[in-house]
Design a protein around this ligand. Structure first.
Ligand SMILES: Cc1ncc(C[n+]2csc(CCOP(=O)(O)OP(=O)(O)O)c2C)c(N)n1
Length: 679
């Protein structure tokens, strides 16, 4: 595989080139400092320190087209050190993206497209991913690089040889997620990944040396990176390093760029004083003076404007050349069809029926049934890719008809992310952001905590990653409390934009898979390790609509009167049904509500919710083998929440059920005790 040669693609730098690049860099410096000054908040240090790198990147290195930020063939730039957001905004504005100077003047203000940290394209075109939590951008970029290589194996190197460039600071380099991502990228030989390390030796609290002293270059060499060291203010060195990185065919690249934080601010450069606060009027004035800048605020030199105007033809030409290659590919009807399917993320029109009519064995663990669904989905969606953090044998996320991706074989559909949960989660949203793939990744539910902030960033962006979390309660048994989730359900339900499903059997599972594709944001599948009793006809007849609505009456009738209402999810739905049968033997009327998805239920109108949970009800009970937090909003302050508000224990499943009161008899005991006297 050959990538287009950067050395031939990039114009040689003349002294005139360097002059204009320096002007661009200084414009980035001053614009960034001015915006932070006006907002009286923000981080001028990184944009000022990385200005030369940014100028060269946006002017020459990136094959992008600012007039069409969504062009699939573009190189992608991720500012992992998201606090330096003005770096990105300045360059997007200058290079011709639809981000006005007024937006730069509105930095960090309510409703602006220039928020404190870069937020995905809903805010500014050209922002490839939301960043800010340090290190995550590197893992997201790794995911984008993975998506590129995966698509290259299907559509060819002509179309998928873009580079993914991430800019990381000292902070990113200290984060564990960056190590996970680096280790993975080296292992997979992601030659399309370029990490620029803004090595300025200063972080928020002061000199880096007080917190980090390892040899980063050797660390990355050990991961399998090609490591280059440059002076990040020298255009010749920058050009050479980028040319080498763009030409690299086997290894990811780390460019360690030594820079001076806040460069250009005469008194604050090189110190943490320029990291995260405005320079102050005096220092800003001194900066402008030192750079030979006019007093006028937000000044952009005409030659900088003219320069980027002159670059637009080249930017457009990149896309045009790529479009011609795409047109050639489209001559092949089979490839053309596959392209359309992947590009539109299209499922067959009858996908819901195809899923619903699948013959799935009842009375099994939902993770096991889930694997059958995954196989079906893989058939329906050729752009569907799965991955696991070394648990595919257990979380059963892998597509059985396919093998695992290796650095030499990207035609496969399962990815071994290794035991790197956090990077896996961020890489998965990176894959989704890249486009043309639908990722799913899995691990044990309790380890969703390792991934949590990446799930959160995915939710913030409404990136539709499917997260499959298995071993969903204490009933995983002997592995004990470290592995038994308790508070994770409540924690995920509290996250905006995330849809959480906990199906009770194969029918709810199928309905979940139908609904997951309609979600606008990440989706969490919470599946059991242990076998679960199927609800048979009850869910067969009601779950398809019921799951879509998030909660539904599984036994009894909506509204009306009953002595006891039990709302449950997942494995506890079967338990609720058994407890209901015992209560009925005592002559009590019982309604059982299955609530596999709170978010969907919340989205229903009041009349529907009232019909499911309301009416003349003697006692409302919730039943879930997890923290009870949140249930009282459905069962009322006087309802009985049966859950587990303590950590679990290591023991066989049955012993745990007895101990924690999750048997039909014990549930009935508690309900009977809670019923009003005489009821
Ligand atoms: C996960 C995470 N932890 C902490 C922070 C807060 N924070 C923002 S920038 C920063 C220091 C980063 O230092 P460096 O990468 O060297 O940035 P520079 O000083 O060069 O701008 C910290 C701790 C964050 N944004 N994300």
């Amino acid at each position: 595989m050959t990538t287009p040669s950067a050395s031939t693609r990039l114009a040689p730098l003349t002294s005139q080139d360097k002059q204009i690049l320096q002007k661009v860099a200084d414009t980035v410096r001053v614009l960034s400092a001015e915006a932070v000054e006006k907002a009286a908040s923000g981080h001028p240090g990184l944009p000022m320190g990385c200005a030369e790198l940014g100028a060269y990147l946006y002017a020459y290195a990136l094959r992008h087209n600012p007039r069409n930020p969504g062009w699939m063939g573009r190189d992608r730039f991720v500012l992992s050190a998201g606090h330096g957001s003005m770096f990105l905004y300045s360059l997007l504005h200058l290079s011709g993206y639809a981000l006005s100077l007024d937006e730069l003047k509105n930095f960090r203000q309510l409703g602006s497209r220039t928020p404190g940290h870069p937020e995905h394209e809903a805010h500014a075109p050209g922002v490839e991913t939301t960043t800010g939590p340090l290190g995550q951008g590197v893992a997201a970029a790794t995911g984008m690089a993975i998506a590129q290589k995966w698509l290259r194996a299907r559509f060819g190197a002509e179309l998928f040889s873009a580079k993914i460039v991430a800019l990381a600071g000292d902070g990113c380099m200290m984060e564990g997620i960056t190590s996970e991502a680096g280790s993975l990228a080296g292992h997979l030989g992601l030659e399309n990944l370029i990490i620029i390390y803004d090595s300025n030796d200063i972080c928020l609290d002061g000199p880096l040396a007080e917190a980090m002293s390892e040899d980063t270059a050797r660390r990355y060499e050990a991961y399998g990176f090609n490591v280059l060291r440059i002076n990040g203010h020298d255009f010749d060195e920058i050009k050479k390093a980028f040319a080498t990185a763009w030409d690299e065919n086997t290894r990811p690249t780390l460019i360690i760029a030594k820079t001076i934080i806040g460069k250009g601010a005469p008194n604050k450069q090189g110190t943490s004083a320029s990291h995260g606060a405005k320079l102050g009027a005096e220092e800003l004035a001194a900066t402008k003076k030192a750079l030979g800048w006019p007093d006028e605020a937000f000044h952009i030199p005409t030659e900088v404007r003219e320069f980027f105007k002159s670059r637009q033809a080249q930017f457009a030409a990149y896309e045009k050349a790529w479009n011609e290659k795409l047109a050639a590919l489209m001559q092949d009807p089979e490839k053309a069809k596959l392209w359309e399917t992947c590009a539109n993320g299209e499922l067959p029109a009858d996908y819901a029926d195809a899923i619903w009519n699948l013959d799935v064995a009842p009375n099994k663990a939902t993770r096991a049934q889930g694997q059958q669904l995954i196989a079906k989905v893989a058939e329906l969606a050729p752009f569907f890719v799965t991955g696991s953090a070394d648990l595919s044998c257990s979380d059963l996320t892998n597509i059985k008809s396919s093998q695992f991706v290796t650095r030499a074989d990207w035609t496969q559909r399962n990815i071994k992310f290794g035991v790197r949960e956090f990077a896996m989660a961020a890489a998965n949203y990176g894959m989704w952001l890249h486009g043309m793939v639908q990722p799913l990744c899995g691990t044990f539910f309790t380890f969703s905590d390792y991934m949590r902030n990446a799930i959160r960033v995915a939710a913030l962006m409404k990136a539709r990653v499917f997260f499959q979390f298995t071993h969903d309660s204490i009933f995983l048994g002997e592995d004990g409390p470290t592995h038994q989730p308790i508070e994770q359900l409540a924690a995920l339900r509290a996250m905006p934009n995330l849809t959480v499903f906990r199906p009770c059997d194969e029918n709810e599972l199928k309905a979940m898979w139908i609904e997951a594709w309609k979600c606008d944001g990440p989706v969490a599948f919470i599946l059991s390790r242990q076998g679960i009793e199927s609800q048979g006809e009850a869910t067969r007849s009601r779950a398809r609509e019921g799951v879509a609505r998030g909660g539904y009456v599984l036994k009894g009738e909506p509204g009306g009167r009953c002595d006891v209402l039990i709302a449950a999810t997942g494995s506890e739905v079967g338990l609720a049904m058994r407890a209901a049968a015992l209560l009925e033997q005592q002559g009590r009327s019982v309604r059982v509500v299955s609530m596999p998805c709170w978010e969907r239920f919340e989205a229903q109108d009041a009349a529907y919710r009232e019909a499911v949970l309301g009416g003349e009800v003697g006692l409302r009970v919730s039943l879930e083998a997890a923290a009870t937090l949140g249930w009282h909003k459905y069962i009322g302050a006087d309802g009985l929440a049966i859950g587990i508000d303590q950590f679990g224990m290591s023991a066989p499943e049955k012993a745990l059920a007895e101990h924690f009161g999750f048997t039909p008899e014990k549930v009935v005991e508690r309900i009977t005790a809670a019923l009003p006297v005489g009821a």
